[in-house]
Design a protein around this ligand. Structure first.
Ligand SMILES: *Cc1c(COP(=O)(O)O)cnc(C)c1O
Length: 425
């Protein structure tokens, strides 16, 4: 299997280069050049389904037995499907070590990078800028993986206290850099590092955000798992979205033959994609802060992949996607209503997806919607407290972090300073 660039389709890379380089040489995103058809009758437990699905795109880049053990090892946690109402289910993707769906992508990518490295004596440096959830999942996924060093940058004072603990307490091969600046400043430092010849000459760099195809492959798998669990075809998926990695992965699964009726693109007021689906104009805007902050993205990076797969055609994309966006007030009202009616505590991102599901079912009452539960409510403890009036139960993974000690490399807002940290000068 080769992967082409969304910008220049004549550029082709194999999976190893696509994963180890992250971005295509022309700045485009990597796309699989073909989709063979999966057989959904082979789906079973999550790791078994994962192997069946992943093998379509991995396509021999590593041995099948090795891929099988990567799937078994990376996805060693529960993926429950919980009924919220007769036509609505939530697929809880937040039972991994950092309690967000990003564990799927990060844990799979870490193992693939280790497996694909040809020169094991050479250190690979993974850099990632994070506004919260990604950094924790990447740090955890790559922790103690031999031959890998992780440098993660986060904006000082702008991640939640629990998220900061997830980023800064592991030590070992993980270095957390606390930047005096915003998330965008962190992201810029990452981009400059890739463009800096001195850094490139000294380090083997790769990027671990959702532009990396290694994060999308495992995210296809839970769409397949839902079809297996429910034993129903033509499901509708509601997807709380920011950078649209999950939704793009769902579209990949559909291309692989998974019977999906519709994808609901559910956003907070950072609604450039739902707006596009209405008007045909894609107008990225600076992001606005909301209570579902992991979706505060102004310019969704995977939109370029969606446009590519639907031939830049609004008409084609609308056949598969419907867009919805909601305010914080609507989100909190829905969290409260669900809790009052069922006792289920949903996080604010999930509530945005639930609102989209409600709207869809009003028009299409016979459909079955699977909502992707992207994070555990205890990750957004302040919002849950102010909305529901009590503190959600904190799972062991997070509770254990409270007593751990934060270790960071402080960094001003100058690229040179970050560069010195990276080159250990
Ligand atoms: C990252 C994240 C999202 C957005 O996912 P995308 O794949 O970027 O659209 C939604 N919810 C939570 C909790 C997240 O951490």
């Amino acid at each position: 299997m080769k992967f082409y660039s969304t910008r220049d389709k004549s550029l082709r890379s194999n999976l190893s280069d696509a994963i180890l380089e992250g971005l295509a040489p022309d700045g485009g995103l990597f796309m699989p050049e073909s989709f063979s058809k999966i057989d959904s009758d082979n789906f079973a437990s999550f790791p078994e389904t994962a192997f069946e699905g992943a093998k379509q795109l991995v396509d021999g880049a590593i041995e099948e037995s090795q891929l099988k053990s990567i799937c078994d090892d990376a996805f060693d946690f529960e993926v429950p499907l919980v009924e919220l109402s007769p036509n609505t289910y939530i697929l809880e993707l937040f039972h991994g070590p950092t309690l967000a769906f990003k564990d799927f992508g990060a844990r799979f990518m870490a193992r693939m990078v280790a497996a694909l490295k040809t020169d094991s004596s050479k250190l690979t440096t993974v850099i990632v800028a994070t506004s919260g959830d990604t950094g924790g999942a990447v740090a955890n996924g790559f922790y103690n993986v031999p031959g890998i060093e992780v440098v993660l940058l986060y904006p000082k004072g702008k991640v939640s206290p629990l998220q900061e603990k997830q980023l800064t307490t592991l030590g070992g091969n993980i270095t957390a850099v606390e930047v005096e600046g915003t998330f965008d400043d962190c992201q810029n430092m990452v981009k400059k590092s890739f463009a800096d010849s001195e850094i490139r000459n000294n380090l083997n760099l790769t990027a671990a955000n959702s532009i990396n195809i290694a994060r999308l492959i495992p995210q296809m798998l839970y769409f397949m798992h839902s079809v297996h669990k429910l034993g129903k075809k033509d499901l509708v998926f509601s997807i709380p979205s920011g950078n649209f990695g999950n939704l793009t992965a769902g579209v990949f699964a559909k291309r692989l033959g998974l019977p999906v009726k519709k994808f609901l693109a559910a956003t907070n007021i950072n609604d450039a994609v739902p707006q596009y689906l209405q008007s045909g104009d894609f107008k990225p805007k600076p992001s606005v802060r909301t209570i579902s902050n992991a979706m505060d993205v102004g310019a969704a990076s995977n939109f370029e992949r969606l446009m590519d797969i639907y031939d830049q055609s609004l008409e084609k994309i609308k056949k598969d996607l419907a867009g919805f966006s909601f305010t914080d007030e609507q989100t909190q009202t829905r969290m409260k209503k669900l809790y009052d009616e069922t006792g289920y505590v949903i996080d604010p991102h999930g509530a945005v997806g639930l609102l989209a599901s409600d709207n869809w079912l009003k028009e299409n009452p016979g459909d079955t919607v699977v909502l992707l539960g992207t994070a555990h409510p205890s990750k957004f403890i302040e919002v849950v407290e102010s909305t529901l009036g009590f503190t959600p139960k904190i799972p062991k993974q997070l509770a254990d972090l409270q007593d751990k000690k934060k270790v960071v490399s402080p960094c001003g807002n100058e690229f040179e300073e970050f560069k010195n940290i990276l080159l250990k000068k």
